[in-house]
Design a protein around this ligand. Structure first.
Ligand code: ADP
Length: 375
């Protein structure tokens, strides 16, 4: 990095004061700016931007300071805070008049790449079926694309694969390239592979153990995913063979758990949480779905109970990534094959889903950071 180049600055000499000797002002240097950036921490990784290798370039032109920052994800949830902290710190340097900030992103993954080109594999699981796991997986994948990430989605829900419908790809056949590798389907920028392509319409998969393991391995490793920041895996509900196989086949960046506030769903999600912990998969957080139904007069009806996911998160020291209400629009968007974040991007629920996706990306960055060796 070209740090350390000194650019001189002179006090402008006004013709009115011809007798004053023009002295050079303290010169602003890139090294000085870099030093100040060492005092700015990434709020989630709790380390300074320079130490994290996030400062890509510094340039100085008169009182104009240009800084290029490489975030750990384009979906950075705290970009606003990082920007404000940089402006405040650098702005205190003498001679700085304008700060031009430029943000890029390079998604980091665990030390060991999950699959060739795939930086992070994130599983979306639930304890119980029907809690909206697939709906949220679809919206998370589409949200991360909207944030600028390269995203794949593997529908591994053998009991009810629904991603083809949620992405309007029902009936589309998978193709193979010359080397017999599978080419994923693509919708709203998400590269999609679904286990549904391997079964007849409407039939549930009854494979267990080794066959399932082999099929999952094939879908993961023989798909032309290309470069992916995030591969989201929509798991079947519960704690069965797919979960176990997946954790054996690839190093997962983590898992997200979806639950409703209902006691029985919470009990089951606790089991799923325990299973992930036992298989050393970090649990990145919980999403509470169908949290309430908003009545026309604005009051909230807590159809499935209230506060359960928050309590569970607190008890287990987990992140509650967000809460999504029960709405006709979310149900309809799934049925219509267009995730809500694409169908109604400005709606409050779409904005909340985008926020959850950013929080999730933040948690993935934290995991990647924690997996690095301490220097
Ligand atoms: P799972 O993957 O947990 O089995 P799905 O995502 O398939 O659950 O959702 C089950 C049903 O509930 C689907 O018809 C879906 O459209 C609907 N659904 C999911 N979340 C919501 C929500 N927040 N509001 C309304 N309907 C929802």
């Amino acid at each position: 990095m070209p740090f350390g180049r000194t650019v001189g600055k002179m006090v402008s000499c006004q013709a009115l004061w011809p007798l004053l000797v023009c002295l050079p002002m303290a010169q602003l240097t890139e090294a000085e700016v870099l030093e100040v950036l060492k005092t700015v921490n990434d709020p989630e990784l709790h380390q300074d931007l320079v130490g994290l290798g996030m400062v890509d370039q510094i340039s100085i032109d008169g009182g104009r300071v240009g800084i290029s920052i490489v975030l750990t994800t384009p979906a950075c949830p705290l970009r606003g805070k990082i920007e404000a902290d940089i402006r405040s710190a650098v702005g205190r340097l003498e001679g700085v008049k304008v700060i031009e900030l430029n943000f890029g992103a390079q998604v980091r993954g665990p030390k060991q790449e999950a699959l060739p080109g795939v930086r992070n594999v994130v599983a979306v699981g639930s304890g119980k079926g029907g809690v909206g796991k697939s709906t949220l997986a679809a919206n998370l994948a589409a949200s991360l694309v909207l944030e600028g990430a390269a995203v794949g989605l593997l529908d591994a829900d053998i009991y009810g694969p629904s991603q083809a419908r949620m992405f309007a790809l029902e009936g589309k056949r998978l193709m193979a390239d010359d080397e017999k590798n599978i080419i994923p389907l693509r919708s709203y920028g998400v590269k999609l592979i679904t286990i549904a392509n391997l079964v007849e319409d409407g039939q549930a998969l009854t494979w267990r153990g080794p066959i399932l393991h082999g099929t999952l391995s094939q879908l993961l490793t023989q798909t032309v995913w290309g470069e992916l920041d995030y591969l989201i895996v929509d798991l079947p509900p519960g704690t069965g063979d797919v979960q176990l196989s997946l954790s054996q086949l690839v190093p997962l960046s983590g898992a997200v758990l979806v639950t409703t506030p209902q006691d029985v769903a919470l009990l089951d999600v606790k089991r799923a949480y325990t299973m992930f912990r036992k298989t050393h998969v970090p649990v990145l957080g919980i999403i509470e779905n169908m949290s309430y139904y908003q009545l026309p007069d604005g009051t909230k009806d807590f159809v499935f109970g209230e506060g359960g996911a928050a309590e569970l998160a607190e008890r287990e020291g987990l992140e509650l990534l967000g809460r999504i209400p029960l709405t006709k629009e979310l149900r309809a968007s799934g049925d219509d094959g267009k995730p809500l974040v694409v169908a109604s991007p400005d709606s409050r629920d779409a904005q909340d889903l985008r926020k959850i996706a950013r929080s999730l990306a933040g948690q993935v960055s934290i995991q990647a950071h924690m997996s690095l060796p301490v220097l």
